[in-house]
Ligand binder design. Structure first.
Ligand code: SF4
Ligand code: SF4
Length: 172
């Protein structure tokens, strides 16, 4: 895995999709590909009211990436220093193997460039000391990015409790 984490506090997410728009704008992507996707789930009944939850889905920067394994041209690479999985566009031959291989739909097709594209945690911004574009434009600041081994344990416990609550008690 990469050394970073990107967490969403789904209870604070209002589904405005500013994250998706900011990502596409930052990467100058055309209509179609979305490198992060905020998926709506539900409605589910919470405290007797119908509620829709939103689940933020970027690339997970897997330890053994399916996308990297199938790429025939070496376009998909992993940064040695921080484990970010990225596409080197000059090497992409547009075969779409990564798109079919990724179980999470993280690799996307850019019809304008006729190449695959994916989330790279905005590595260029990270190298300048900035956060990923999606995180900086989140209206409710429910997206949080940082270095995994510095994640406070209290926050881990809060997110674990949230996931467990959603999994075992979907009616809230
Ligand atoms: S694109 Fe898919 S397979 Fe590749 S690192 Fe991201 S989540 Fe893993
Ligand atoms: S579409 Fe490009 S990045 Fe994806 S597997 Fe083919 S060559 Fe590699």
């Amino acid at each position: 895995m990469s050394k970073y984490y990107l967490l969403q506090d789904s209870e604070r997410c209002i589904g405005c999709l500013a994250c998706e728009v900011s990502c596409k704008s930052n990467k100058s992507l055309p209509v179609g590909p979305a490198l992060c996707k905020n998926m709506s789930v539900g409605p589910v009944e919470i405290k007797s009211l119908p509620r829709v939850r939103f689940v933020f889905m970027p690339c997970f920067h897997c330890e053994d990436p399916w996308c990297l394994d199938v790429c025939p041209s070496g376009a998909i690479q992993k940064r040695a220093g921080d484990g970010i999985v990225f596409i080197e566009p000059n090497l992409c031959i547009g075969c779409k193997s990564c798109i079919t291989a990724c179980p999470w739909g993280a690799c996307q097709w850019d019809p304008a460039a006729a190449k695959a594209v994916k989330c790279d945690y905005c590595k260029d911004r990270l190298d300048e000391g900035l956060k990923p574009a999606c995180v900086t434009k989140c209206l409710t600041q429910c997206l949080e990015f940082g270095v995994a081994d510095k994640l406070p344990s209290g926050r881990r416990e809060r997110f674990a409790a949230q996931i467990a609550r959603d999994a075992f008690n979907p009616k809230g």
